[in-house]
Design a protein around this ligand. Sequence first.
Ligand code: AMP
Length: 434
Amino acid sequence: MEHEKSFKDIGVCDLLVEACENLGWKTPTQIQAQAIPSALEGKDIIGVAQTGTGKTGAFALPIIQALLDADRPRPFFACVIAPTRELAIQIGEVFSALGAGIGLKTAVLVGGVDMNQQQFALARRPHIIVGTPGRLLDHLTNTKGFSFCSLKHLVLDEADRLLDMDFEKSIDDILKVIPHERRTYLFSATMTKKVKKLQRACIRNHVKIEISSVSSTVESLMQQYLLIPAKQKACALVYLLMKMPEYTSMVFTRTCAETEILALMLRFLGFRAMHFNGNMTQVKRLGALNKFKAGDCNILVCTNAAGRGLDISSVDLVIVYDVPAEQEDYIHWVGRTARAGKSGLAIALVTEYSIGNYYRIEQETGKQLPTYPVEKEEMLLLYERVSVARRIADKKYKESGGKKSKEYDDLEETKYLPKKSSKKLKKIKRPRPY
Ligand code: AMP
């Protein structure tokens, strides 16, 4: 029987094997096992991989190993470009964790954070730069002493998203100031036309690694849907969260306003919920994410801003509150759970308004999902209480002029809580995905 390859077997040096062990990475994931040997041979990589497959390690390990093999210390050795601030910060954290024992210096350059602070970080001449395109370009143009003239590795992460977000021009400008003699790693969940064009522009002698077909989701993810009238959607949400109180859950909605109203409603009902959306300041977004990661709240109500790349390994349940028009968004939302081999559950709330979107997703993924076994009468017991909480949340949101007032920042809204129903819901056991 073929034995599972270890990090050492695929060419990772002892220092980094130890760093992986410290992170609890015992054996390489599929993408790591395929990408690392080619990257160590000096090839460019195109990685088409699902979310949560260990992509970051697949490019971080060969980069750090090349740095360890370099004849002298090399500032500005590698640059990773990511589409969102949170993803860039997360990638920076993986580099810092893997390089903790070897004095690796990493700087994260993202918008919404003081430029001066980042200039100080650049003055320390870090080995690794991780950033979002706009802020990176800003520093390349305005920060003295910072240039990519000695850059050896470029990573374009979530390339499809980078291009969807209209970063094409910034990326072109960054490519112009990066040496041609370099290694390039391009990772993307989907190979769109724009990604292929970018690939032609910046990648040469490459190896293409495709971990799964486009539009798929990991096997340990159990997906279900719940068909309900639109006016019962909030009630269904509360029902599901009450059924799985010990779960760490993400709830995806279409609009920023809805994230705030739903989080507020859930807090009125005694849940530990916070919202996360693109309208929040960077500090508030990070604050909400950190509270969620630390377990201070166990429900994050978010927009697509949290849909990609974010790695919160403990997410057990994703509720797709608004079924998105784009199948890709659905894939990324449900991909927030069942990461790195863990199991997870995703439930889509389908109504008379979103059923068209839902059928399209079924057709495009070629998967017919089972329905979530709801006990309708039990769910409707909550209807009155949830409707009251929703009305209060709507009113509070409108009173604040759509902006968050201070009052919304804490978890004290439980004081508005309508009296609890005396009937308790039966908890369900954690379902066992496949
Ligand atoms: P990524 O796709 O890079 O966001 O990684 C998803 C999750 O997988 C993160 O929580 C990583 O810490 C974890 N991970 C990455 N590589 C491994 C590995 N070889 N073994 C176990 N977990 C891993």
